[in-house]
Design a protein around this ligand. Sequence first.
Ligand code: UD1
Ligand code: MG
Length: 427
Amino acid sequence: MIKSIILAAGKGTRMKSDTPKVLHQIYSRTLLEYVIDAVNETGLADENYIIVGHQAERVEEFVKNKYSNAKTVLQSPQLGTGHAVSMVCPYLNDFDGEIIILCGDTPLITSDTLKTFVEAHRKMGSDITVMSAIFDNPTNYGRIIRNSDGSLNSIVEEKDATPVQKAVQEINAGIYCLNWQKIKNAFSQLKTNNAQGEYYLTDIVEWGNNNNLKVNAHILERNEEIYGINSKSNLAQATKMLTQRTLDKYMTNGISIVDPNSTWIDPLTEIGKDTIIYPSTYIEGVNKIGNNCKIGPFAHLRGDVVIEDNVKIGNYVEVKKSHIKSNTNACHLTYIGDSEIGSDVNIGAGTITANYDPLSKVKSKTIIEDNVKIGSNSVLVAPVTIEEGANVGALSVITKNISKWSLAITRAPLKVLDGWVSKRLKK
Ligand code: UD1
Ligand code: MG
C-alpha cells in the first residue's frame, strides 16, 4: 500500500475568512475531504499525512473526527512546500513504498486520475513522477523544463523563471508520486536560494537528476481537476465545475435535468433513472432518490434523505433526514424533517412536520404509515405517528398518535351567518 501526503498548512489569505482555507465547503464536504476521499477511493493508499500549520488545531480536530486513516503533522513555521513534506520524514524513515503528494485545496481531483497517475509512474519505472498539465495561460504555476530529448530537467517557479521559461505552457500540477526510499534524503538537502527564500518541493526533480534517479512528468488529461481554491470566487467556480460534472454523469445515466444551469446537486446524491429534476432545485449531502421521481422545481433536499420510486417532491418542499416510500406525493410548500413516510401517502400543501423543540433542542420523529392522507396546512407535532390509512383534516395540529383508518381533525367548526354581508351593506 502507498501513503499520501496532503499539503494544507498554507494561510489562504485571499479567502478573507476566519475559517482555514481547506475547511471551506463545497456542498456537504470540506475541500480537504474531497482530496482525502479521492485518495481513499483509489484503494491504493492506507495512510494519509495531512500537513497543517495555519489554524492547525481546527484542521487537526476536523481530520481526527472524520478519518481513522489520516494523521496530521504540524509545520510551524511554514517555510515552503519542500519543508512541508520534510515534516513527515521522521514518520516514514522505514517506509519502503510509494508516496503521493497532493495539495488540500484542489477539490476537483478524481480517484481515476490518481490511479492512472500511479500506474503511469509504475509503468515508466519512475522514481519521481510529476503531474503536469498544458495551460493556455500558465501564469503563476511552476514551469516544466524539459531537455532537448524531452526528458524532464527541472521545475522553475514563475518568480524564478527567465522570459523563455515563462513562455513554457507545460506547468507543474503540484501532484507527485515518489519512490520514498530513493527520495527521502533529498528533503534534508533542499536549499532556499530562490526568489521566495523557501524550501521548494519542486527542487526534488533536479536533485533526482543529480542522483541518477528516473524522473518523469505525466500529463494530466482534464485540466479542471487541479483547479486550486484561493478565493471565494474560485470556490464558487469550483462548485459550478463539480456540479456540471455531476449533472453530466446523471444525464448519462438516464436522469433528466431540465435546466443544468439552475440545478445544484451534491455528487454524494444517487438518483435512479427516468427521474426528472426540475429547475432551481438544491440537493445537498448524501441522499438516495429512486426511479421515476419528479423533484422540484424549487425543491430543497438537505441530506440523509431516501426517496423510493415514483415519488413527487414539488415546489417549495424541503426534506431532511427522512425516508419516503414509493408513490407518495408532497407537491407544494411543505417541510419534512426526521420523518418516515410510507407509500401511497399524500401530503397536502403547506404541511409541516414540527420536528424541533427549541427549548430542549431535541429533534423528534414523525412517522406516517402507508396510505395516509394529510390535509393542507396541517402541523404534525413530533414525536407523533399517523397510522396506516388515517386521514388528517386540513388545518389540523396533530399532537398525539392517530390510529389506523380514522379521521383526525382539530379545525374550529365552520359558522355561516346567512345574509350577514348584505345586512352590513344596507346599514
Ligand atoms: C506550487 C508549486 C508550483 C505548482 C503549484 C501548483 C512549489 C515550490 N511550487 O506553487 O510549481 O505549479 O504549486 O498549484 O511547490 N504549503 C504548505 N506549507 C508551506 C507552503 C505551502 O503546506 O510551507 C501548502 C499550501 O497550503 C498549498 C500547497 O502547499 O496547499 C501549495 O503551496 P502554494 O504556496 O500554493 O504553492 P504555489 O506557489 O502555488
Ligand atoms: Mg498555490
